[in-house]
Design a protein around this ligand. Structure first.
Ligand code: SAM
Ligand code: SF4
Ligand code: SF4
Length: 347
């Protein structure tokens, strides 16, 4: 058997696998490269300032184009779609796109947001067919959070967004916290204490060297191992089996039954060997790794009236040739390489 195909079950479409036998299962779709926050680890103001050239409107994939690509990706085995960005809720009428994608009710459809617009949007997102949501929040301390988002956005409004999502039934809600040593790592225990027993799942993300503008330094990374120890000392936890192959967050449960926490250890415990994720940028470039330097332009194909078979063949070629394992080979040198920005490629 060739390394790029697995024997399909009778009647099923062949599973598309890459050079390391990893199937294509998840697609992260960036719907905009714009954001109303300037998180220092993602879109530092010095780079993403007033003069920064974001994509023009015509450059963005239309909802119809995104829907068509999602349908073709689904035919290749994609089971999970995450809408992201930039900030996905700043894309106008995002609920219309959700409604289009929700037509495929076998797809696990979710979205990651900074929650700034959730109080007014949560119910419309749910009504459109969104199943779950992930919210980013890096601190409970208002001054620290305002400094990290760098647009003076208060914690209270993010919490109001989480409550609105909960009321609308977009649960279980996951809360992502990027931990940076010396910046917000002393907020880890307050965050754990706050979300324990809330029904929401807090996940700690190691600060990553995405893009080339966030001044990443290993000295700022707090390893998940260290975080597990810190939390365990206060609130005893034990590991839980993953839900499925390729699950990004390592799951742990509180021994007193008050829920779960997750750890995303892209830096200290690479999970490339099970990475089943592709990323589609807002202008329709396909990337096979978060740390990629180049993507494949699918928008040109769509706009040149290629039929589904041609688009499908392009996706197949890209995935079959995929060799990515950046986190396994990360060094101080690779961290300095020019890579696409996370706000562009979609987190
Ligand atoms: N704007 C939305 C948000 O912040 O939730 C979605 C896009 S954002 C790029 C997706 C996720 O990537 C967020 O949870 C964010 O905290 C995370 N992220 C961004 N830069 C990161 C970095 N340098 N290291 C680790 N996680 C990062
Ligand atoms: Fe915007 Fe999300 Fe990046 Fe923060 S992490 S700047 S909210 S895209
Ligand atoms: Fe996947 Fe690339 Fe991250 Fe490895 S470094 S887990 S291949 S996105």
């Amino acid at each position: 058997m060739s390394p790029s195909s697995e024997s399909p079950a009778a009647g099923a479409a062949p599973v598309l696998v890459d050079t390391r036998n990893r199937p294509l299962r998840d697609l992260r779709v960036s719907v905009t490269d714009r954001c109303n926050f300037r998180c220092t680890y993602c879109m530092p103001k010095e780079v993403f300032g007033k003069d920064f050239q974001f994509l023009e409107r015509e450059a963005l994939l239309s909802f119809g184009e995104i829907h068509r690509l999602v349908r073709i990706f689904r035919d290749h085995g994609v089971e999970k779609i995450r809408l992201t960005g930039g900030e996905p809720l700043v894309r106008r009428k995002i609920e219309t796109l959700i409604e289009m994608l929700a037509y495929h009710d076998d797809l696990d459809l979710t979205l990651t947001t900074n929650a700034s617009l959730l109080p007014q949007k949560a119910q419309a997102l749910k009504d459109a067919g969104l199943k779950r949501i992930t919210v980013s929040l890096d601190a409970l301390d208002d001054a620290i959070f305002r400094r990290m988002n760098d647009v003076d956005f208060p914690v209270g409004k993010v919490l109001a967004g989480i409550e609105a999502a909960d009321r609308a039934g977009l649960n279980p809600i996951k809360v992502n916290m990027v931990v940076k040593r010396g910046v917000n790592d002393h907020e880890v225990l307050p965050m754990a204490r706050f979300f324990r027993g809330s029904g929401h799942i807090l996940r700690f993300i190691e600060f990553m060297d995405v893009g080339s503008t966030n001044g990443w330094d290993m000295a700022n990374v707090v390893s998940s191992r260290e975080l597990v120890e810190r939390i365990h000392a206060e609130f005893p936890i034990a590991p839980v089996d993953p839900n499925y192959r390729g699950e990004v967050a390592e799951r742990w449960r509180y021994l007193d039954g008050r829920g779960e926490v997750g750890f995303i250890s892209s830096v200290t415990q690479a999970f490339c060997k099970d990475c089943t994720r592709a990323r589609l940028s807002a202008e329709g470039r396909l990337f096979t790794c978060l740390f990629a330097t180049e993507g494949t332009d699918l928008r040109s194909l769509l706009r040149a009236d290629a039929d589904d078979a041609e688009v499908s063949a392009a996706i197949t070629r890209v995935w079959r040739a995929r060799t990515d394992r950046y986190s396994e080979i990360r060094t101080a040198e690779t961290a300095k390489m020019r890579k696409v920005e996370m706000s562009y490629i979609g987190g």
